[in-house]
Design a protein around this ligand. Sequence first.
Ligand SMILES: Nc1nc(=O)c2c([nH]1)NC[C@@H]1CN(c3ccc(C(=O)N[C@@H](CCC(=O)O)C(=O)O)cc3)C=[N+]21
Length: 290
Amino acid sequence: MNDDKIISGKLAASVLIEDVKRETAALAARGIKPGLAVVMVGDDPASTVYVTSKGRMADDCGFLSRTYALDAKSNQAEVIELVKTLNDDDEIHGILIQLPLPAGLDAERVIQTVTPSKDVDGFSEINAGRLAIGSTGSTIVPCTPAGCALLIQQRLGADLSGKRAIVIGRSNIVGKPMAQLLLAANATVTIAHSRTADLPSLVRDADIVVAAVGRPEFVKGDWIKPGALIIDVGINRVSRGEKKALVGDVAYDECYAKASAITPVPGGVGPMTIAMLMKNTLEAARRIGR
Ligand SMILES: Nc1nc(=O)c2c([nH]1)NC[C@@H]1CN(c3ccc(C(=O)N[C@@H](CCC(=O)O)C(=O)O)cc3)C=[N+]21
């Protein structure tokens, strides 16, 4: 079971978490305890699971962890009010608005209410803009693409000069920031999406494939250039006969056969997302400095 073609996000995440724990203990000596607030509206079962595991991980790291579970019928003003209160709360260094928000709430407005220094998801205009202009320093990078970039770097090195990457998906949460990170690492980047023509032929040119489309087993093995590195961001719950299974956005077995390396689902990108959230919260606490 030691297949080095499989990129274990689970393992890489546990290494990151050990770092975070050590650095959190060191910050405690300066009287700083990172505080993470997760705001969830409604009771979507998948969101409940994610929020619980984020809270547990924050506790594990030695953070202050607070979860706000608001009623599904909360109105815009109530949610905004809570976010503003957290912006001003000295115990809180990171604020995460669990997505999706119920229809009827303006998610974009809620997200943009989070003060950029506490925006540990990296979704604010300031953090997205800093990433886009290649600003180093205080940018907070969205957790999922940051985790993917680290996995890519661990396999291929920090400099992707001469490599072609394709990002399938153009969301603000994954696709766009992922493309920025690949570009910053000198890759030649294509962003594909639902309106892209002849996706298979674009994928066939790519040395790095990042699939973030949200469609189960969408990327096929015969699209993959032999030796490509595949990062599967998808998490799709599907029925397999009687059973339920978790599958990614790539058809795993056939893509595995062609790839030099591939992330599994589960145990790939998911755990890296949570680890990066902890890292972003620690970093926010260190910068805020109280
Ligand atoms: N503001 C915001 N930020 C997010 O980062 C965010 C969000 N909203 N909304 C929902 C998505 C989803 N997400 C996951 C994180 C970890 C796993 C994870 O650790 N998955 C495990 C187990 C999966 C399972 O068994 O369900 C794995 O892939 O191995 C999955 C999904 C973060 N999200």
